[in-house]
Design a protein around this ligand. Structure first.
Ligand SMILES: NC(=O)c1ccc[n+]([C@@H]2O[C@H](COP(=O)([O-])OP(=O)(O)OC[C@H]3O[C@@H](n4cnc5c(N)ncnc54)[C@H](O)[C@@H]3O)[C@@H](O)[C@H]2O)c1
Length: 553
């Protein structure tokens, strides 16, 4: 299949419309953006090993063509990255609706997914790839930073200065770790098996330096620790070898996690002893052997993480299913390692405070700078967000269209988006702004080994919430709504919903933003209130969210 060259995946900015309106143009720019900043655009892969922007190149081209020619009173229907048709709806309906990688329960496993994928019947959209919301490594950076900050508060007297953080994986999302670690003040060592990823992170400003071998890396970390200097170091190597080697040497980092693509034994995790080319060959020649080797390596990797934990390190799972893979490989105590959401972020999700994003469709960084100022003016008492914006505006480089992520909650998101829409209307920004949020958000995800692990009422695996979320955002006039389930190693593990809005300065956009954002976060608060969390019940009553306690009896 011929593919486009990377050259063609530049972002488009400026005031000129190629579509019949900004709603369509905004979504088209976001689609182009996820490939421009993605990990492997020639295969349409955006991040997480296999998370794709479209099913195949004909699908991609048809989506682009449709967005360019459709009216706003039509809705484009996308099924697992393939455009299925264009329906006549009305100007208040979404421009695009999507269902990506939803497989019926009994069949939702990695083998069925790979089979369907190879037949060209399905593709996995990750969380933000298939619905064109990915903004580069920045997308998870505040989440990682907040986790490290909570760890600093809870375990290290409020600061990670002089502390050693060990992690692995410098891919699309994992690439945020070194910068988040440095922003939190730590000396962070990142193990990555693919040298090219280390080079990419240094080039885009997310990683400070690379080390030629483990001794040099440890020397750099020790030096940074002793002077209390924040530093990120990349080391090319395999985590399944280096973590156990550190254990054998008796070295105990202060904090340990991992963000390799461990969720996928075939396309993600790389076992030691094989070159990257050999891994690529084995995928087609002997997938069973590759998966077995990946599983065995993950067992060693997680056993080392457990050894660090026993020796006193703060160890957590960063959302890549590594504990699940290890448990299936026989590590009975893999789940002694806590998941980051339950351990550190659930109190925020109870108040629907989560990763909210905005993207300057003009491609003008000055628009993001102006919105940074607006956020600081609108929420002066919100310590989390003001601290973050001050840090991020200096430290976080843009990839692709300029964008910002900040953890905001119910009411705050709406207030910000409406103020931005007014700025667009008054010509105070160079162009419209897109708003999205991560699927890992209060009312939008069921993911029993990540987002909803150990919910207070035991409702971990109930996927009604993301489905309700998608229905609510559709009825609230969002511009794009997507329902995703897991693919590859995540098949059968999760369901989530995504939403995108284009603030083009019109009164119609004002209504869409207000309804969608208010209802999205209201549902998030309701989800946690319903599960019995006091913070959510309190938030619902403080903010007038019409939740029916006890089912409205
Ligand atoms: N915490 C969250 O909220 C969150 C968010 C997004 C993604 N994730 C998960 O994080 C994981 C990573 O996502 P990504 O987008 O960075 O994936 P990616 O595929 O872009 O990158 C994974 C990286 O891990 C490296 N790697 C694989 N095996 C290795 C090994 N044994 N030792 C060292 N390096 C190894 C790969 O070379 C690659 O660079 C995925 O499982 C993803 O689903 C979690």
């Amino acid at each position: 299949m011929p593919h486009e060259s990377r050259q063609e995946f530049k972002v488009t900015g400026g005031p000129a419309l190629r579509c019949k309106g900004w709603r369509q143009e905004g979504l088209l720019r976001l689609l182009e953006n996820v490939l421009a900043v993605g990990e492997n655009p020639k295969d349409l892969v955006v991040y997480a090993a296999l998370g794709k922007a479209a099913r195949d190149w004909p699908s991609y081209r048809r989506i682009v063509e449709t967005l360019r020619t459709m009216d706003e009173s039509e809705t484009l229907v996308v099924q697992s990255g393939k455009p299925i048709g264009l329906l006549r709806t009305h100007a208040r309906a979404p421009i695009v609706v999507m269902a990506n990688c939803n497989i019926v329960g009994q069949w939702a496993n990695a083998e069925t997914f790979y089979d369907l994928e190879q037949k060209g019947l399905i593709c996995w959209g990750g969380l933000t790839a298939g619905d064109w919301q990915y903004i580069g490594s920045q997308g998870v950076i505040q989440g990682t930073y907040e986790i490290l900050s909570r760890i600093a508060e809870r375990h290290f007297g409020g600061s990670l200065a002089g502390r050693f953080v060990l992690t692995a994986g410098l891919g699309g999302m994992g690439g945020a770790q070194p910068l988040a670690g440095r922003m939190a003040g730590a000396a962070i060592l990142c193990i990555e098996v693919d040298e090219a990823r280390i080079v990419k992170r240094i080039e885009n400003g997310y990683l400070d330096a690379s080390a030629a071998d483990l001794d040099i890396a440890l020397g750099m970390i020790r030096q940074a620790q002793s002077s209390g200097r924040a530093l990120s170091v990349g080391l090319c190597g395999n985590a399944a070898e280096i973590y156990p080697a550190l254990v054998a040497r008796g070295i105990v980092p202060d904090v340990v996690t991992d963000q390799t693509s461990a969720h996928d034994l075939l396309y993600g995790y790389v076992p030691p002893g094989l070159s990257l080319d050999a891994v690529r060959r084995l995928r087609s020649e002997d997938p069973k052997r590759l998966m077995a080797e990946s599983r065995a390596a993950i067992v060693r990797h997680v056993e080392a993480m457990l050894a660090f934990r026993r020796a006193g390190a703060v160890v957590f799972d960063n959302g890549n299913l590594i504990r699940t893979q290890a448990r299936e490989g026989g590590v009975a105590d893999a789940f002694d390692i806590p998941i980051f959401t339950e351990a550190f972020l659930r109190p925020l999700f109870c108040r629907a405070i989560g990763p909210f994003r905005w993207i300057a469709l003009s491609n003008d960084p000055a628009d993001i700078a102006a919105i940074d100022d607006l956020v600081l003016a609108l929420f002066p008492d919100n310590r989390i967000v003001t601290n973050w914006i001050r840090l991020a505006r200096d430290a976080v480089p843009f990839e692709g269209l300029p964008a910002r992520i900040a953890w905001l909650g119910h009411g705050e998101r709406t207030a910000l988006a409406l103020a931005v829409n007014r700025m667009v209307a008054e010509g105070r920004l160079a162009g419209p702004v897109a708003f999205t949020r991560d699927h890992l958000d209060a009312g939008a995800m069921a993911h029993p080994n990540i987002m909803t692990e150990r919910m207070r009422d035991g409702s971990d695996a109930i996927a009604d919430w993301p489905l309700l979320n998608a229905m609510i955002t559709c009825s609230s006039q969002a511009d794009l709504v997507a329902i995703h389930s897991g693919g590859g190693g995540y098949a059968g593990y999760m369901t989530s919903a995504g939403v995108t809005l284009i603030a083009d300065g019109t009164p119609a956009a004002e209504e869409r933003l207000r309804l969608t954002l208010d209802n999205d976060t209201s549902l998030g608060v309701m989800r946690y209130a319903d599960a019995g969390y006091d913070e959510a019940i309190d938030e619902a009553s403080r903010k007038g969210i019409a939740h029916f306690p006890g089912g409205g009896a």
